[in-house]
Design a binder for this molecule. Structure first.
Ligand SMILES: Cc1ncc(COP(=O)(O)O)c(C=O)c1O
Length: 339
């Protein structure tokens, strides 16, 4: 018998539905759904640029940040070139590399879940066009600090573009966070990737953006589908940008719940490294496969990498309590079975 899913914690989604002001903006846009959106999303681009305090020639909008990443690869990669990334990473990267005929260059994560920047640098050669860094990383939530990122960028050859995926940056609270936009002047081979899917909670609407040097941005924009950004999504994003303080409260709540989950899991005996995204990462040799089964039984959908790890999106309080109960029961079971 299938166990019903009560809590969706597998895709790092926001636990919150869109804010009322965002829903109202979407309703108004739906009433105009017989009209095409603009050929190019110039107005939205300008809004995002103003919000990020950069000029609009440095911003490119796409169909989710995945869409922007694909456009970047389409613009730069020729069949047979390599695309390097830490592995594991966000599942889309190998798929996108395959879509443009690139040879994937996966570089194993360090044992503590960090991206191994030295090994990534060592993997780059004359065939490499793009290296992806996720910050914070998916699935482990690890962070590349400002100092480490600067050292990395200094060593990347200029024929390699660095795709710095900051999908989860709003959830990071470390004191040594990179100011990636301040690096754009120095590194014309840097594209910072961001999204409205995570902190803004608009995953279904598929809007992401990239920030980079104007030449690079121009090349990426040339790959954009005409009329490609949905008008309802555009209205929602603009309203979301006006609701910054309400969204900040939501993000703060997710961060507080992430820290609570981590503390409680540690007190239950799980080894949990500090995570900086909207998720918590449990890894082998802790009993993650049994943990995954216990979560399924409790109606929690988590992301399970068999034999390797378990990524739990931070949900609402009820969902997180369900996770804690399921994983506590498992540890209790294990300690009794050892007796
Ligand atoms: C690291 C990372 N980048 C990008 C995305 C996808 O973002 P979008 O919805 O903007 O395509 C995800 C989604 O899980 C992700 O984990």
């Amino acid at each position: 018998m299938d166990i019903p899913v009560l809590h969706r914690l597998a895709l790092n989604e926001s636990p919150y539905p869109p804010l009322p002001s965002v829903r109202e903006a979407m309703h108004r846009a739906v009433a105009q759904a017989h009209r095409y959106p603009p050929l190019h999303p110039d107005d939205l681009t300008e809004r995002i640029a103003a919000w990020c305090r950069v000029t609009s020639d440095r911003v490119t909008v796409g169909n989710g940040s995945v869409g922007v990443a694909l456009q970047l690869l389409q613009a730069l990669v020729r069949p047979g070139d390599t695309v390097a990334y830490a592995w594991r990473t966000f599942d889309a990267y190998p798929l996108l590399a395959a879509m443009v005929g690139a040879e994937p260059l996966p570089v194993p994560l360090a044992p503590d879940g960090h991206q191994d920047l030295g090994a990534l640098l060592a993997a780059l050669d004359h065939r490499t066009r793009v290296v992806v860094l996720c910050n914070p990383h998916n699935p482990t939530g690890s962070l590349v600090t400002a100092d480490a990122l600067s050292a990395f960028l200094r060593q990347v050859p200029r024929h390699v573009t660095v795709l710095l995926d900051e999908a989860y940056m709003e959830f990071a609270r470390d004191t040594n966070l990179p100011d990636s936009l301040a690096l754009l002047d120095t590194y014309p081979n840097l594209l910072v990737l961001r999204t409205f899917s995570k902190a803004h909670g608009l995953a279904a609407l598929r809007v992401g953006y990239g920030l980079g040097a104007s030449d690079l941005v121009e090349r990426i924009r040339r790959q954009q589908l005409p009329f490609g950004i949905n008008a309802v999504a555009t209205a929602a994003v603009k309203a979301s940008l006006r609701a910054e303080s309400e969204l900040r409260l939501r993000v703060d709540t997710v961060v507080a719940e992430r820290e609570r989950l981590r503390r409680e899991l540690v007190s239950l005996g799980w080894r949990v490294h500090p995570g900086h995204a909207n998720s918590v990462w449990l890894a082998a040799p802790d009993p993650i496969d049994e943990g995954a089964a216990a979560l399924t039984d409790a109606g929690v959908q988590a992301r399970h990498y068999p034999g390797e790890g378990l990524r739990l999106t931070v949900g609402n309080r009820k969902a997180n309590d369900t996770v804690l109960t399921a994983l506590a029961g498992l540890r209790a079971l294990r300690s009794t079975s050892r007796m």
